[in-house]
Structure formats: structure tokens, C-alpha cells
Design a protein around this ligand. Structure first.
Ligand code: AMP
Ligand code: MG
Length: 352
């Protein structure tokens, strides 16, 4: 064998060896990626509760994800039945239809106390005692089917309902665990209860499997249970408030995101849109934003602050500066279509 032939054979052997190693590496990477996905089998369940579609997308090694998803949905049903002010069986209905003290359990007291705390924090922009006004506008019993039958109330009716509204009318007796409403005011927890249910059901899931991953979506309000496939981001679209599709995409591995929008529940009279987020100072639908999105660790904070931010949108500078001090990042679409966001929001808009 000539010297050059041996060199050629050696060269070929090296090439085969290197190709083999490269193939092995590629196969291992594929196996790793596929195994990662196989390990995380997601189960999806949906149900219509709380006037919206609840979607659970979950994976767990500890419990059958189907059972976990059902536990989440049962918790939403429980909270809906307990706190729906228009259900005669609910504790809120009882409080709203009594002129006297109503004894309540710990959970009810804590939720209403938290709502009053948020009302103070947002200087009344979020107000859990607007039941009279919400009923007057017809948003208590709203469906897209009856939207065409709704009418704009008269100014004097709005004034009267306003006099019978406001969180200052909620009296809390912590010692005796009882609550009383003054001036005929009525509770409506519609702007906090979805966040509350998200937080409670998240805690149930995590108490069973702290490593469970997935998310719970309550009509656009989302609580992340854990990163996708245990390691990567969930991509969440922010709905375009006019038209279809998304106007922005958010990348999150944990935490909560909530959007309040004028496109969720509304009716149109003479070309003008009347929607369900009420400015507690005027009794009319808040008119300076189309949608407000808030990212926070806690779903209750995200829910409350997106509603409050919507009401406060005239002072959007205040919102984008001060909400981050409360641990919340904000993305606002104002009524002229312009977009305003807090500085910290940018970090969620692309993979870091
Ligand atoms: P959200 O979709 O979380 O912004 O909540 C809107 C719901 O909260 C409405 O359908 C009403 O039931 C109630 N709501 C409306 N305006 C307010 C407000 N300013 N503060 C608190 N709750 C409100
Ligand atoms: Mg809300």
C-alpha cells in the first residue's frame, strides 16, 4: 500500500468518526427535545362559568392532569355561585338585600375587605359597590344576544344610582365577622372575582403538585401555572380592541396577566359604544381607553388594576408610572388608538 493510500484511508476513517459523533449529538439533541415534550403531556378542559369561558391547560407528574383541571373548574363554579350578586343563593345577594348586618364566613369577609383595600389604593377607580349602576345599565344580566335591547339610562337615574353607590358604604365589622351596606348600596365583585378564582385554583393545583405546568385562562385573564415544557415561555396575545387578532405578544413563564376592554360587554346606540367598565365618579362608561392590560405576580392585583387603570386612563401618565410601584406593568390602548406602556412592560414583549 502506498503511503498516500494509507493517508486517504485514515482521512476517510476520521471523516466517518466525526460524522458518527455529529450524528450522535444531533440524535441526542432530538431525543432530549422529544423526551422533554413527551414528559409534558398537556390536558385541556374548558367550561362556561362566571359569564366567560374558562380554559385550563395543564400537565402534571403527580396527578392525572384531567383530575387537576376538573378541580380548577369546580373551584371556579364554587366561587361563582358564592359571590355572584345576582344569584339569590349567594352571600353577596344576601348582603345586598339586607338593611342590617349580615354574618359572613372568613373567606367572604377577607375578599370584601381586600376589595375595599383596593378601592382605597386606587382612589375609588376600582369600586366594588357599584351594583346599582351596573344593574341600571343592564350589565348585570348581559349577553351579546340581549345587547340590542339595552338603552342609555337618563341622567337623573344615573345620579340616583350614584347616590346609592360607592365603597364608603361598605361597613366591615372584623371582630364579629359581619358586613353591612349603607344607603342601599350594593356589591358587585365582577372586577375582582375572576382574579380571585384564578389565584385560589392556582393554589389548589400547586398544593398538589408544585411542579405542575400550564395556565388557566378566564376569558382573557391568565394565571400561569408553570413554564411550557417546564422551561420555556408561554406566548400570550393581547387582543386588538378594534378588529381581529393581536396587537402585541407577551412572553411569560410565571405570573398573571389581565385585560379590561370596552369590547367585552357593550351595546351601541346611535353609533356610540356603551360598555361595562363604569367611571364611579360619573356613573357613565369610562371613556379614555379601549383596553388596559396589566401584568402582576398575583391574579387579584392584575384583575383589579386593569379595571382601575381603564377608569384612570385620562391620567395615563400616572398609571404607567405609579402602577409599577405596586408591582404591576401596564399596556394601554387609549381611545384615540395610541399605545402607552410602562417601562418594565418592554421586558415581556420579547424573549430576553
Ligand atoms: P373587568 O372585566 O375585570 O374589568 O371587570 C368589569 C366588571 O366589573 C363589570 O362587568 C362590572 O361588573 C364591574 N365593574 C364595572 N366598573 C367597575 C369599577 N369601576 N370598579 C369595580 N368594578 C367595576
Ligand atoms: Mg378586573
Amino acid at each position: 500500500m502506498r503511503f498516500s493510500d494509507r493517508k486517504d484511508i485514515l482521512k476517510t476513517k476520521n471523516v466517518i468518526l466525526i460524522s458518527g459523533v455529529a450524528l450522535l449529538i444531533i440524535l441526542s439533541v432530538f431525543a432530549y427535545l422529544i423526551w422533554g415534550k413527551v414528559r409534558f403531556i398537556y390536558y385541556e378542559a374548558t367550561e362556561f362559568t362566571m359569564g366567560t369561558r374558562i380554559r385550563v391547560y395543564i400537565s402534571s407528574d403527580e396527578m392525572n392532569p384531567k383530575d387537576l383541571a376538573n378541580m380548577v373548574l369546580r373551584e371556579f363554579e364554587r366561587i361563582d355561585q358564592k359571590f355572584d350578586p345576582y344569584n339569590p343563593e349567594s352571600v353577596i345577594y344576601k348582603i345586598n338585600h339586607s338593611n342590617d348586618w349580615v354574618d359572613v364566613d372568613k373567606e367572604t369577609f377577607a375578599l370584601i375587605e381586600a376589595a375595599v383595600g383596593y378601592a382605597k389604593l386606587t382612589e375609588g377607580a376600582f369600586d366594588p359597590a357599584l351594583g346599582r349602576i351596573i344593574t341600571l345599565w343592564g350589565f348585570d344580566d348581559f349577553s351579546s344576544k340581549n345587547a340590542s335591547s339595552l338603552t342609555v339610562p337618563q341622567e337623573k337615574e344615573i345620579k340616583k344610582a350614584l347616590q346609592m353607590s360607592g365603597y364608603q358604604n361598605i361597613v366591615l365589622d372584623r371582630e364579629n365577622m359581619r358586613i353591612k351596606m349603607l344607603n342601599g348600596a350594593q356589591l358587585d365583585l365582577g372586577a375582582i372575582v375572576k382574579g380571585y378564582a384564578l389565584e385560589k385554583s392556582y393554589n389548589i393545583v400547586k398544593s398538589i403538585d408544585k411542579d405542575a405546568t400550564g395556565f388557566i385562562d378566564a376569558g382573557g385573564e391568565i394565571k400561569i401555572i408553570g413554564p411550557k415544557y417546564g422551561k420555556t415561555f408561554w406566548v400570550i396575545g393581547i387582543k386588538n380592541p378594534r378588529g381581529t387578532g393581536s396587537i402585541d405578544y407577551i412572553y411569560m413563564k410565571e405570573g398573571s396577566i389581565a385585560t379590561s376592554g370596552d369590547y367585552e360587554r357593550y351595546f351601541i346606540v346611535d353609533g356610540k359604544r356603551y360598555h361595562h367598565i363604569i367611571d364611579p365618579q360619573t356613573g357613565w362608561p369610562a371613556s379614555y381607553a379601549r383596553s388596559v392590560t396589566v401584568i402582576a405576580r398575583d391574579a387579584v392585583a392584575a384583575d383589579v388594576l386593569s379595571t382601575a387603570g381603564f377608569v384612570m386612563a385620562k391620567d395615563w401618565r400616572y398609571v404607567v408610572v405609579h402602577f409599577p410601584e405596586l408591582g404591576a406593568q401596564v399596556f394601554m390602548v387609549l381611545s384615540d388608538g395610541s399605545i402607552k406602556k410602562s417601562e418594565g412592560f418592554l421586558a415581556y414583549e420579547r424573549k430576553p
